[in-house]
Design a protein around this ligand. Structure first.
Ligand code: FES
Ligand code: FES
Length: 178
């Protein structure tokens, strides 16, 4: 999992005695412009500012994958990225997977394969594996396992998650022509 570090120029100004930067980015297809604290993480920007609570915080150190989102086509851990580093970026969070209220094939397969229990880790797994399937519609089991290694689950076990991803890949190729 790579964390993208290059960011474009952002506009800085003082607001009520505090440094702020104006951030412009696209989140789940929606253009967003906000003034943010330059030290705010992308995770807290998504949760606290945009109220997208699907992205979870656990370790806060880039180790567990709970906060995984897709940024410019790559799965990244949003807890170790500053919001300003996302200037101009295209971001997808778990809220962006369903379309018109219908769960995506990947989400459906997590449910049908019983690939979640408490669900806390699930958004991170969904986003890591979404990025995998976007970049590689026909991954081998070894490639799926390698991606799953970046996300920690304490209750479900990894076999159902791997089966869900494998089955989702099969269905996406068949039903979406990927
Ligand atoms: S909360 Fe970001 S990797 Fe654990
Ligand atoms: S489903 Fe509970 S931590 Fe993964």
């Amino acid at each position: 999992m790579d964390n993208v570090k290059d960011c474009s120029m952002v506009t800085e100004h003082i607001e009520s005695g505090k440094r702020k930067v104006t951030l412009s980015l696209t989140v789940n297809g929606r253009q967003i412009v906000r003034d943010v604290d330059p030290n705010m993480t992308l995770l807290h920007f998504l949760r606290d500012n945009l109220k997208l609570f699907g992205t979870k915080e656990a370790c806060g150190e880039g180790e567990c994958g709970a906060c995984t989102i897709i940024m410019n086509g790559q799965a990244v851990t949003s807890c170790i990225i500053l919001a300003v580093e996302a200037e101009g970026a295209e971001i997808t969070t778990v809220e962006g997977l369903a379309e018109d209220g219908k769960l995506s094939i990947l989400q459906e397969e997590f449910i049908s394969q019983d690939a979640l229990q408490c669900g806390f880790c699930t958004p991170g797994f969904l986003m890591s594996t979404r990025a995998l399937l976007d970049n590689n519609p026909n991954p081998t089991d070894a490639e799926i396992v390698e991606v799953l290694g970046g996300n920690l689950c304490r209750c479900t076990g990894y076999i159902p998650i791997m089966l869900a991803v494998r089955r989702a890949a099969e269905r996406e190729r068949k039903e979406l022509g990927r």
